[in-house]
Design a protein around this ligand. Structure first.
Ligand code: ZN
Length: 247
């Protein structure tokens, strides 16, 4: 099975369309949450995600946008964006976001793999360091966990961490990771709409379960247009500038 993994799109329509255009053939899309928040195209991104996705895990920004999470847990910029998103969302899209399940989720016929937003034991937890990962790996009930939330592309295995190494800053690139038998992994496909690893390009991944291969992608997109929309929507300027910084 070939699974296209999308995470942390954050209402960035331009980044989402670029990822879909660059995506290799796949059997299904799994969306790891934070479909909305920060960016200026919430309804368009929800509509596109609903049309294409098969399996969805909710993110903290999806919850905040529909009142399922207290805004005091957010920094002021994120809180403002959540309130703006709440006002923009159509009733139907808001209902759909409200109905999204929390993880971990699994796919019938694909044993040993689970999908979460933050971590398997806490949907809002950030797995950033090797220390976080050791605890999470020890605790995981299956050998392969896909997660989002940190906006950092790469992953952790039982004895090492992995960051894709790319050679350019502006071209489309792919970096592969072959999974070893017997090891456990936490894999983050990267953020489609707001990367935070210093690389502005949209990130996603493809998991080929037969080949036991993960292909990480970085794709240039029309970042200016995404920024213009943010400015035109009167969202905080920082949400536009951070897109080109990749932070
Ligand atoms: Zn996010």
């Amino acid at each position: 099975m070939r699974i296209l993994l999308l995470s942390d799109i954050h209402s960035n329509l331009e980044a989402l369309e670029a990822c879909l255009a660059a995506a290799p053939p796949y059997d299904l899309i799994v969306n790891l949450g934070d479909i909305v928040g920060y960016g200026a195209s919430p309804n368009e991104v929800v509509a596109r995600s609903r049309e294409l996705g098969k399996l969805f895990v909710r993110g903290n920004h999806d919850k905040a946008a529909v009142g399922l999470l207290e805004l005091r847990d957010f920094n002021p910029v994120a809180g403002l964006a959540a309130l703006w998103t709440r006002e923009q969302l159509s009733k139907e899209n808001a209902e759909w976001l409200r109905s999204l399940p929390s993880g971990p989720l699994q796919i019938d016929g694909l044993p040993g793999v689970q999908f979460v937003h933050g971590s398997p034991h806490d949907e809002d937890e950030y797995v950033v360091s090797e220390e976080d990962a050791v605890f999470t790996l020890k605790d995981a009930s299956v050998p392969l966990t896909f997660l989002g939330h940190t906006h950092l592309q790469g992953g952790f295995s039982t004895d090492s961490s992995f960051r894709p190494q790319y050679t350019t800053i502006g071209q489309q690139e792919i970096c592969e990771l072959k999974l070893e038998d017997g090891a456990s992994y936490l894999i983050n496909p990267g953020s489609v709409g707001q990367p935070r690893d210093g690389d502005w390009r949209a990130g996603f991944a493809l998991y080929d379960s037969d080949a036991r291969l993960i292909s990480f992608y970085r794709v240039p997109y029309d970042v200016r247009k995404a920024q213009e929309r943010i400015v035109a929507a009167n969202l905080p300027q920082r949400l536009a500038t951070r897109l080109t910084a990749g932070k």
